[in-house]
Design a protein around this ligand. Sequence first.
Ligand code: GLC
Length: 424
Amino acid sequence: MADLDRQAEAILRANDRGGYTVPTAGLYPYQWNWDSAFAALGFAEFDLDRAWRELETLAEGAWGNGMWPHILFRSDDPDYFPGPSVWRAGEAIPSSGVSQPPVAATIARALYERDRPLGAERLVGLFPKLLAWRDWFHRDRAGSTGAIVVTHPWESGRDNSPDWDAAMANVEVAELPPYERRDTGHVDQSMRPTKADYDRYLTLVAWGRDAGWQTGRITAEGPFAVADPTMTFILMRADRDLAALAGALGETAAAERLRADHARALEAASSLWCEDLQAYAARDERSGAFAEGITSAALLAWYAGLRDPAHEAALLATLHALFDAAPHALPSFDPRHPKFDAKRYWRGPVWAIVNWMVARGLHEAGHETEAARLRADTRRLIEGAGFYEYFDPRDGAGAGGPDFTWTAAIWLAWASPSKNEEWN
Ligand code: GLC
């Protein structure tokens, strides 16, 4: 498999635009937030300096309020919509107006652990910005229970998940100037969000823009606010990793503050437990209603460090039910549900990055069989189909964009047979 290792490395190099990496050429021509964090994890396998650089360029786009935006528009590429002239946001660098899950903090810790003296040097600039970002989440995106709210489906990183359906249906579509989507010129329409989705995505962008991108106000008053297990769990994980880094860097006050907040986050997370689904689930901040089906986000609880004895056995049973429902794990949405769609993005397909996070949590919680299953499936999918954006959980076909940065990165860091024994 050394051949696939070489291919994965070549993909990262080819998607490198000089200090930052695009998710895939064409479809996603800018720097995306969590994609960059995963790119750093991949680069760390062969160029640790370049890995740090990826996080540093991402941090250059941070806003004064602490937020790291979900896209940095370092150029204006007419091949992508909606670009900087629609968002009209950003400070040092034009950007989108929402964030994305803060995996960068966890990956900064992984890089630090590979070479501590180098890490301590690179974190001098980066650590305060990571801290400011997590403070922003807790200040401007905390919902009524403390669980973290997303104000746009794009903020969650799971764009068209059924988790957003009910809240999206309540978004009244604004009068929009005529627009032309560019994504469907790159990838078949059947694999992408629908026109109704896009009208609402753009309505939410317009609302935020009209609100001057005041992020706290958008959370409190905007047309879309859903407490999201992805964001809540990934932030909990980020807080733990930042606390560890704070300890290592001698930032004692920050370390204590982070640990204290973590205790509160445990309570917030339990507000996302849904008895009907026997899983954690997204919850509409305005109506209080839970989402209607199980998404892979629920299984990030272990990655968060959540070990709630009241729910652990049930959650494990839910994971097994998803394993049994499709040959390739982990489907992003429950294959037993009528809304399951094996090729449409976050309504069914398998994503290598999610497998990595879920497996890592399972491994840390001692669920080695399940963790190994996820690694084996990720490996088989990539070996069989190549480095696609995501995969069909029924037949294993690759879908979305090809030569995808984060799939290559997950291969190098975890799925490749050359990483057999390691859990970075
Ligand atoms: C899509 C995905 C999101 C990702 C982006 C770039 O919007 O849903 O998670 O960050 O593409 O790959």
